[in-house]
Design a binder for this molecule. Structure first.
Ligand SMILES: Nc1ncnc2c1ncn2[C@@H]1O[C@H](COP(=O)(O)OP(=O)(O)OP(=O)(O)O)[C@@H](O)[C@H]1O
Ligand SMILES: [Mg+2]
Length: 408
């Protein structure tokens, strides 16, 4: 038994070439099994080994299992799961040091000798797959001929193991990132759903209770004014106060009505997305002297209610920004559907801004509104794009793929 380490003193041009070819073959790949399969195939080709495989370490069970293999029977692979320190591969994983054997069938410390005999394995190299200091697994390479591999082969394989280890770690980090992104998105989705439910509840309460009471109060004040006229009350101040109270009540009720429609746009429920967006834009922008043009085409399929609510809320956010920040004179809204997607585009001719200066990526601070609007769309499978430059107006576009948006 010969023990090796990562030192690679007798580098030859050939070895460097092999190493760079393997690195090139696996770089840019993002799927773990593809990286391992290509890495193994290329290695066996260069090493002239008949069989081999890559065993990955299961972190929880602390066991090594074959993940990809070539030239080995399924029986061998299934039976060969090793604890850390067990057999040759287990030792390599534990110590992080490569092992070269002239004939594994003669080694008493080898695990499952019957499986080794069954395959007729003789010369054997096992190297760790390392990323920084962690061993992620091992790569085994075997030949049916004893003394087939040299020390130089082991060093080369060791270097290949290091390359594969780094590639494996990168894939794992990427997978972790993807999964935490997905978790985060699920939470954002739940928050948006809960927010919508709460808005519905408050809007219903305002409509059924507050608005009804205010309507009753308006009616009573009107009746009082008429009564005061009928019974000939002369006190001007008293009559003025009654009239003021009536005007305030009417104004409050209008405000409550606006609040209700902001919270839960009734038009969205009754007439659908197009009139709801149009009404919201016109009733908010026209009083500010902003000219609104509205166009739509190809939106003939019924959309999922959650998609309609998301697009409407998104438009509300964009219109709110136009009112608050843009100083625009003209706004155009274009809702367009085709066979792939629904697109809602809102442009203004206002002062514009630099979108790269939006620092918020987490729902707080400057840009929080945009962030939440984007997440709202993402919660229904869509996304949005902001195009703006100081002095050049702003165009924001929301897109939802039809597969997610349409009811059929
Ligand atoms: N139509 C627009 N015209 C000019 N600037 C805009 C426009 N829309 C957004 N902005 C700029 O982008 C910034 C971020 O907008 P965002 O909606 O994310 O946050 P906010 O409006 O400042 O706060 P919030 O929406 O949370 O009340 C705004 O502060 C503003 O500077
Ligand atoms: Mg905003």
């Amino acid at each position: 038994m010969t023990s090796g380490n990562a030192g690679f003193k007798n580098k030859t041009t050939d070895n460097l070439l092999i190493l760079s070819r393997i690195t090139a073959a696996v770089s840019g790949l993002s799927e773990l099994d593809t990286i391992l399969k290509i890495g193994l195939e290329k290695t066996l080709e260069f090493m002239d080994g008949v069989s081999g495989g890559i065993m990955l370490l299961d972190e929880q069970k602390k066991m090594l299992y074959y993940r990809v293999y070539k030239g080995l029977s399924q029986q061998h692979v299934q039976g060969m799961h090793l604890k850390m320190g067990e057999g040759i591969a287990g030792k390599v994983a534990q110590t992080g040091k490569a092992i070269l054997l002239d004939d594994i069938s003669l080694i008493p410390g080898a695990a499952r000798p019957h499986l080794i005999d069954m395959e007729g394995l003789k010369a054997f190299i096992s190297v760790p797959l390392r990323a920084r200091r962690n061993v992620m697994g091992v790569m085994n390479c075997a030949s049916l001929k004893a003394h087939h591999f040299t020390e130089k082969d082991m060093h080369l394989l060791n270097s290949i193991g290091d390359q594969l280890g780094i590639a494996i770690e990168q894939v794992k980090l990427y997978e972790q990132l993807q999964s935490s992104r997905e978790k985060y998105r699920q939470i954002a989705r739940q928050v948006i759903i809960a927010q919508e439910e709460e808005r519905k509840r408050i809007s219903k309460e305002l409509h059924d209770e507050t608005s009804q009471m205010l309507a009753g109060l308006t009616f009573n004040l009107q009746a009082l004014i008429e009564m005061a006229e009928m019974i000939g009350i002369e006190d001007r101040q008293f009559k003025e106060m009654l009239k003021k109270a009536l005007a305030s009540t009417v104004q409050i009720n209008t405000e409550v009505g606006r609040l209700i429609s902001d919270l839960r746009p009734t038009l969205l429920d009754t007439l659908g997305l197009i009139p709801a967006i149009r009404q919201h834009a016109e009733s908010n922008l026209t009083p500010l002297g902003i000219n609104v043009s509205f166009k739509y085409e190809g939106v003939d399929k019924p959309l999922r209610p959650e998609v309609e609510v998301s697009l409407f809320r998104w438009a509300q956010g964009v219109i709110g920004n136009i009112m608050q920040h843009s100083q625009a004179k003209k706004v155009s809204i274009f809702l367009k559907g085709d066979s792939h997607k629904i697109e809602l585009c809102i442009s203004d001719d206002g002062k514009g801004f630099d979108p790269s200066k939006l620092t918020v990526k987490s729902g707080r601070g400057r840009g929080a509104g945009m962030f939440i609007m984007k997440e709202r769309l993402r919660s229904v499978g869509g996304d949005c794009l902001i195009q703006s430059q100081p002095g050049q107006g702003t165009t924001v576009t929301a897109t939802v793929p039809l597969a997610q948006a349409s009811l059929d």
